[in-house]
Design a protein around this ligand. Structure first.
Ligand code: C2E
Ligand code: MG
Ligand code: MG
Length: 561
């Protein structure tokens, strides 16, 4: 590696403002911070001579002289004034060092620059300690330039506090400042050092992020709104501030920072006009999606408060005796306007937003309470299964939630089953085993739901303390038409028998399904053939009888909603 390559490689690791000049005094490499400090766009720097970029501040000395007088390992120190096009001049403390390549007898010069405190890019907002708008725009410009190399997109957020004059009018400017400071602290906590947060004007903050998917920007905006709106204790009261967020994405490496700022401002303006406490994307169809999601999220929040959820129960039936041997609790949302909403429509949003933790806690509690009541009524004891979503399972308080549900209901833990999916087992296996063992230690049962849709094989599953495998409906659905499905189902059944796993077939709808499953030794079936999920009161009646009677019509087919 020649001295130039070597120097460049070293400088790529630094966070200083530096350039490397070759023996002709031509710029061959610049660090990102060099652009920030001097205000030069990258395309204006490469292959230019130092004297094209700046002048020596005092005196009449010519920059060319520095190179003539410097011996290897010598340095020159002084002040350089950079004159970037369309930017104000930047005055910088600089050091030029001469290096000599051992075998080439050539010189390389390293110029390091530093912005003097209090000027230009050194400006930091006193109240919040955040960089000001100038640094913000510099960083935007810099990120745009370097985004070409990365897959991620640059997204700018402008976060403007709503009706802030109400705070200052009510409490005075001093408290207004304290609120601003608190908001800046909260924003800082949300993001990493490498993300840029700046104070754009008195009540507006800027945020610059790299995201791999545009949809992540919605999540970020939601996080910001949530964090800002948390009450701020102040002057013996609790102050609540909200914000309007404008979001603009940089799509093009040729974009200018001020153009993106303009887009974000427009979007922020829309957000303010729609009443504040919302985010808005600049001219993007994400707006519609994001809006729908927010609506859904807000009504889900309300649904938790208003207890609009209800559990239906679907029996698991012993195929040879038609006896009910278990049930699965399945959530429904009784929406005040839309009527009964199926989980498919809201569980994914609940999962993404984290609301699934509250919802899941309610499901656990309600299913345990209901089953305990059936026991008290002297009905046949059957385990009730509850679905656990990935996020809920990762949540550190999950174990406690399970224990609390069991304790407060007084249910025998053996009558609770948790259904988890294969994909949840794919991550850190040892940790997962430990977690499942802890849960099994409570005395409950564990089942793998939707088996066959993931990638795990059966022998892998033996490592986990699960007792039951539920074959996914997609296998059963096509049993009669698809030989390979039939073959797979058959082998899943026989292998799980060898592994001492109980097996439940999901979604059996007709006589053919039942006879196939019976023939191949699957003992338990959950499907419309026996019953759809029904409200608790109807399930009580089924439990009273204890067995499911199949009406003649069902023998043909029981498909339906
Ligand atoms: P799942 O856990 O695999 O539940 C079985 C789904 O298959 C249920 O749909 C059930 O109604 C449906 N099903 C059962 N037998 C048949 C049949 O013969 N034919 C047809 N076409 N469908 C049948 P449901 O109730 O709409 O629930 C869908 C999914 O939503 C569940 O799939 C589960 O993943 C999720 N889910 C439901 N309740 C909860 C809950 O409380 N918490 C969480 N995290 N997820 C839930
Ligand atoms: Mg399930
Ligand atoms: Mg399933």
């Amino acid at each position: 590696m020649d001295v130039f390559q070597f120097t460049k490689t070293v400088l790529e690791q630094t966070d200083k403002g530096m350039i490397v000049l070759d023996h002709h005094g031509v710029v061959r490499y610049a660090t990102p911070l060099f652009f920030t400090i001097t205000g030069f766009p990258a395309q204006e720097v490469g292959l230019r001579r130092l004297e094209d970029l700046c002048m020596i501040k005092q005196g009449t000395e010519d920059i060319g002289n520095i190179f003539l007088t410097l011996a290897p390992m010598d340095s020159w120190q002084g002040e350089l004034v950079f004159t970037p096009p369309e930017h104000r001049e930047k005055q910088c403390a600089a050091r030029v060092t001469c290096l000599q390549s051992q075998n080439e007898d050539r010189y390389v010069y390293i110029v390091s620059v530093q912005s003097p405190a209090g000027s230009g890019t050194g400006t930091v907002d006193e109240l919040t300690g955040l960089p000001g708008v100038e640094i913000f725009l510099d960083r935007v410009e810099q990120s745009i330039r370097f985004s070409r190399r990365e897959k991620s997109k640059i997204v700018m957020f402008l976060i403007r506090l709503d009706r802030f004059d109400l705070v200052t009018d009510g409490l005075g400017h001093e408290y207004g400042d304290r609120v601003l400071k608190e908001v800046s602290i909260r924003l800082r906590k949300l993001f990493r050092e490498s993300d840029t947060i700046a104070r754009i004007d008195r009540i507006t903050f800027g945020l610059l992020l790299k995201v791999t998917k545009e949809a992540h920007a919605s999540l970020v905006a939601e996080k910001v709104l949530q964090s800002i709106t948390g009450p701020i204790p102040m002057a013996g009261q609790k102050v609540v501030v909200t914000a309007s967020i404008g979001i603009a994405t940089c799509h093009n490496t040729g974009d200018r920072a001020d153009k993106i700022l303009g887009f974000a401002e427009t979007a922020m303006h829309h957000a303010r006009q729609s009443g504040g406490n919302v985010y808005h994307f600049f001219a993007s169809d994400l707006n519609v999606k994001a809006k729908k999601r927010i609506e859904m999220e807000n009504s889900l929040r309300a649904a938790i408060e208003e207890e609009e959820f209800i559990l239906y129960y679907q029996p698991k039936v012993d195929i040879s005796t038609s006896r009910i041997v278990g049930a699965e609790a399945l959530i429904r949302w009784q929406h005040p306007e839309q009527g009964m909403v199926a989980p498919f429509h809201f569980i994914p949003v609940a999962e993404e937003t984290g609301l699934i933790i509250d919802i899941g806690r309610w499901v656990l509690k309600d299913a345990c309470r209901q089953n305990a009541r059936w026991q008290q009524q002297g009905l046949n004891p059957v385990p009730v299964a509850v679905n656990v979503s990935p996020r809920q399972f990762q949540y550190p308080g999950f174990y406690d939630d399970v224990k609390t549900a069991i304790r407060t209901s007084g249910l025998d833990p053996d009558l609770l089953e948790l259904e988890i999916t294969e994909s949840m087992l794919m991550s850190d296996v040892d940790q997962m085993i430990a977690k499942l063992k802890k849960l099994a230690g409570v005395g409950l049962n564990l089942a793998i739901d939707d088996f066959g849709t993931g990638y795990s094989n059966l022998s892998y599953l033996v490592r986990f303390p699960v007792s039951t495998l539920k074959i996914d409906r997609t296998f059963i659905k096509d049993l009669e038409n698809d030989d390979s499905m039939a073959g797979l189902t058959h082998s899943i059944i026989s292998m799980s028998k060898n592994l001492n796993l109980k097996i439940v077939a999901e979604g059996a709808e007709n006589e053919q399904h039942i006879s196939f499953l019976k023939k191949h030794g699957c003992d338990v079936v959950q499907g419309y053939y026996y019953s759809k999920p029904v409200p608790a009161a109807d399930f009580s009646k089924l439990l009273e009888t204890g067995t499911i009677k199949i009406r003649e019509s069902s023998r043909q087919n029981r498909t339906g909603p």
